[in-house]
Structures are given as structure tokens and as C-alpha cells.
Design a protein around this ligand. Sequence first.
Ligand code: PXL
Length: 292
Amino acid sequence: MVGRDRRARRRRATSKKDIQQGVQTPPVALTIAGSDCSAGAGIQADLKTFSALGVYGLTTLTCVVAEIPGKVSCIEPVSSDLVREQIAILSKNFPIGAAKMGLLCTAEIVEAVARALLDLSADSAKRFPLVVDPVIIATSGDRLLEPAAVEAYENEIFPLAALITPNLNEAALLLGTKIKGRQSMKKAATALANKYRVPILLKGGHLQGVNATDLLFHRGKLTELSAPFVRAVATHGTGCTYSAAITAGLAAGLSLENAIRRAKKFVTGAIAQRFRWTSASGKTLEALKHSL
Ligand code: PXL
């Protein structure tokens, strides 16, 4: 595993010729996502994560969201032609090592992204692993994705993915079931992997306990990934940060499992060192959540 990681990292990040010429270039990752003006989630979180992990980040903007932690006030999509053109021009001109997808906003954009990625996959030199974070509902409970887009995701995006990273709410919506405890989480991760035939990382952060435990279903095997649960903290943007960190690892040539393990540590550290946001009335996000 480790040997293969190293070889792939060398191949993607820096060629022999680069080293001889004294030119070292970082790996490149692309995020296809929405803008969160409060910068805890979305494309802003992705770029910060890529930079923190030594990866050059490219962006394809899908929509602009006016929001603060805990409240979305307005959301507007970018035209699907412009979304498609961003992906096309970037992929022609940058050596993309991996990409992630966050909020796609409308069914039309989901379809445009799928078409752009399918065009690329016809050229083997332009194929890269794709991490799909199926952003449907914000942690605040606000709906971010048009209902009609869910089917387009299932039919057109999931088949292209190297990994899908639903949280418990998204997994429940995709399966049409409730997920309450550890056992039902295991069942859900297996059911999603069987349904979509793609590795699944089911994030259990919303099931509060001593540990925040996620389940990875990959190559017919379920693996538990645990980190200490950071208590009494309401978060915004952890899902985006997690999938961006996995993507950064893949762009740098790590195996899927190693990229996920490193990303889990990165997110736990990011939560511990979070910016302590307070509302205009001086309330923390935790206090606002309790008053809902
Ligand atoms: O955390 C999900 C998310 C993703 N992308 C954008 C968002 C949010 C949540 O608010 O605004 C752009």
C-alpha cells in the first residue's frame, strides 16, 4: 500500500525531469462546488484545505450562497454552460490529480457536470479520481439542492465516483430509511455500496458519542474510522473540509484508505482549532442551535 502510494505520488506531483531542472510543482486538485460567503463551507473551505495540505486548488463555481453559520438567506445558481466551460478549460490546461464535488444546486448543473466529466473520461490521460460529497441539506437544516437533482446525482454522477461521502441525513434520504445507531449505520453503508457499486464513506459525526465514527465500505469490507468526538461544538463546513482533504490526498497519490485516514485526522484538528464565530447578538452557534 505505502509503496504504491509513494510511486503514485512521485508520478503525479513531480516528474524526474522537474527534479533535474530544480522545479517542484505541487499536486493539483479541483473542487466543483458552491460559494459560502461566510467561508466555513463550500469552495472556500475546499481551497483552504487544499492549501493546508500542500495542494494547488482549482475551482469550478456552481452557485453563490449568501449565508452565515446556521442560516442560509439566498442561493443562486451559475449558468450550466459556464459550469461546463470552467471544467473544460481547467482540464485542458492543468494536470488535475483528483477532483471533488460539493454543492451542485440544480438538476441542470448536475447534468452539465456529468457531461463535462464524461467528455474527459474518454481521454485516459485526463482521467482522475472523483470524490462526491452529495450535499443536499446544510447542517442548519436548510435545503441546498433541488429535489429533482437527487435522481440526476444517482443516475449520472454516482457511477463516475471513486468515493461517495454521505452524512447520516443524506444516506437516510438516499435509502429512504432511518439510521439510528451503530448497527443501522453498518447496514446503511453496505446497502449504499451495493446500490451504487462505489466505495462509500458514511460519516457518523451526527451520532454523538465518545468518538465520531465513520464507516468505509471498500472492496467488500467495512472499516470503522474513529476520532475523539469534539464535544459541545456546533460545526459548519466539516463535510466540505473532510471531502476536500480526501481529494488532496488522492491528488498527492495516497491510496483511498490512507487519504481518508489522514483526512479524518485533519478534520478533527480543524474542529479543535475552529474560528469561534458569534452572531451579532453575541450568541455562539451552539447556543443558537439549542434555541431552535
Ligand atoms: O456544508 C454544506 C455546504 C456546502 N456548500 C456550500 C454551502 C454549504 C452549507 O452551508 O453553503 C456552498
